[in-house]
Design a binder for this molecule. Structure first.
Ligand code: FAD
Ligand code: SF4
Length: 422
């Protein structure tokens, strides 16, 4: 842990998604000590939950593993998972940060052998899979988790089951008496990279999300398509596990709408095009409909858009669906929409409807616990707050794709280094 003397050479990074990971490795490789604080038991954020990511459509491990290796090999980086910043005091060059650490109940002796999981009986919802599957109360967050270390769910702590789980570990890694703790860190600058959450699509009542099981968000679609997801990568309906053949994507679900999320999240069109390829690649008889206002696939992404729309199994319809309903008997979902180019009302049934939900900054709900940080009207962190030395990075600064997020994180490191020198 950084002490008072080297606080001016320590940068605290809150959030271990691709923005926070990039910032941590860049800062450490510039010679600064880094404390990386992540709320979840694993690093990688939303990218870790994806099936593949554009532009190369590679699996998330590709980009993440390189960063994990750089973190593993750099003694200047200290990773704190299951941790959150509670309070920030001080000024640029000399901040004092209070961090709350939740107990994992598993220490660093864990070899990820899985014996604890075999001893567990209780199942809990698998939040990594958006609750669409379950895990044992002793679990590895996912196969490529960093750190590769199990977690014991607090639900079983204090029960005989917890004792059985502890006894099953031959390495002394399970500590059922581990307690929450508070830690204080000194830092010269703070990079806030706590990312985004999907817009709550249940707010759009006429789309029925939350009510209908086969109407899902684009974030859930990533899990439905993932090999380590609830259906092992075979895209299937949450209601009954039936394999999906006919799918509809509804663009701007809540976005660019004064009543919901007035701005464009910039990546949702590409995300739906990408997700269309998930089904096209695995199902020769796939039928894909995309309902859009206009498709925002600019610059180098235009070729990808062309490739998807040239597939004969894909239909693009300019129009915003007015109503979505689900048949409780069959689980089929009906989408009603006016085709703006022909004026015709279309009504068709699908196995699954994916709502392209926008990105809400995490700071819309949970503000940075420091005085005088500035936000825009939607909760994105602005760089002109009165507290110098607290720098937003990644999607809590603006909606962006991974490569722009990485660039943003690098820029944030430069500002953080300047703040450390104040
Ligand atoms: C459906 C969908 C598909 C997408 N697909 C692609 C794609 O194919 N290619 C692409 O380039 N981009 C894609 N994106 C965009 C991509 O998800 C973002 O660019 C990326 O997630 C931004 O990373 P981030 O680190 O800013 O945020 P996040 O990924 O959200 O990471 C933030 C991290 O901070 C942690 N955190 C949150 N609050 C706290 C707290 N208080 N304290 C500590 N930690 C905290 C979170 O647990 C998380 O680990 C997609 C977006 C959507 C909506
Ligand atoms: S906690 Fe122990 S039993 Fe469980 S995976 Fe780790 S080493 Fe194996």
């Amino acid at each position: 842990m950084a002490d008072a003397q080297d606080s001016a050479r320590t940068i605290l990074v809150a959030g271990g998604g691709i923005a926070g990971l990039s910032a941590a490795v860049e800062a450490a490789e510039a010679g600064f000590s880094v404390v990386l604080v992540e709320r979840e038991p694993f690093l990688g954020g939303r990218v870790a939950r994806m099936n593949k990511y554009f532009p190369k459509l590679c699996p998330p491990q590709c980009g993440l593993e390189i960063n994990f290796r750089r973190i593993r090999n750099n003694p200047l980086i200290q990773v704190m998972t299951m941790s959150e910043v509670e309070k920030i005091e001080g000024e640029a060059g000399n901040f004092t940060v209070a961090i709350r650490v939740r107990p994992r109940f598993v220490n660093e002796k864990c070899t990820a052998c899985g014996k604890c999981s075999e001893a567990a009986q209780t199942s809990i919802p698998n939040l990594f899979n958006s609750g669409l599957s379950s895990v044992k109360a002793a679990y590895l967050p996912h196969e490529f988790a960093y750190p590769m270390r199990y977690v014991i769910a607090p639900e079983v702590i204090g029960t005989p089951e917890a004792k059985a789980i502890e006894a099953a570990c031959a390495y002394g890694a399970v500590e059922t008496d581990m307690a929450a703790k508070s830690v204080e860190v000194k830092a010269g600058a703070i990079i806030w990279a706590t990312g985004w959450t999907p817009f709550d699509i249940s707010a759009i009542s006429y789309y029925g999300a939350g009510k209908y099981r086969n109407v899902v968000s684009n974030a859930v679609m990533e899990r439905l398509a993932s090999a380590n997801g609830p259906f092992k990568g075979v895209i299937s309906r949450p209601s009954d596990g039936k394999q999906v053949k006919k799918i509809a994507f509804v663009q701007c679900a809540g976005s660019r709408d004064e009543n919901n999320l007035p701005y464009c999240s910039s990546v949702c069109c590409l995300a739906s095009l990408k997700q269309a390829t998930y089904l096209l690649d695995q199902e020769p008889e796939a039928e894909v409909s995309i309902f859009y206002i206009d498709v925002r696939a600019l610059g180098r992404h235009e070729g990808f858009f062309d490739k998807v729309r040239q597939d004969k199994r894909v239909t693009l319809v300019k129009g915003k669906p007015g109503e979505i309903t689900e048949d409780p008997q069959t689980g089929m979902v009906t989408v009603q929409v006016e085709n703006q180019e022909t004026g015709k009302i279309l009504k068709d049934q699908y196995d699954l409807v994916v709502l392209a939900a926008g990105m809400v900054p995490s700071t819309a709900g949970q503000k940075i616990p420091a005085p005088a940080v500035a936000y825009d009207e939607y909760g994105f962190v602005l760089s002109n707050g009165q507290t110098q030395g607290i720098i937003g990075a990644g999607c809590n600064r603006r909606p962006a794709d991974v490569s722009s997020t990485v660039q943003d994180a690098t820029a944030a490191v430069l500002k953080a280094i300047q703040a450390c020198r104040r």
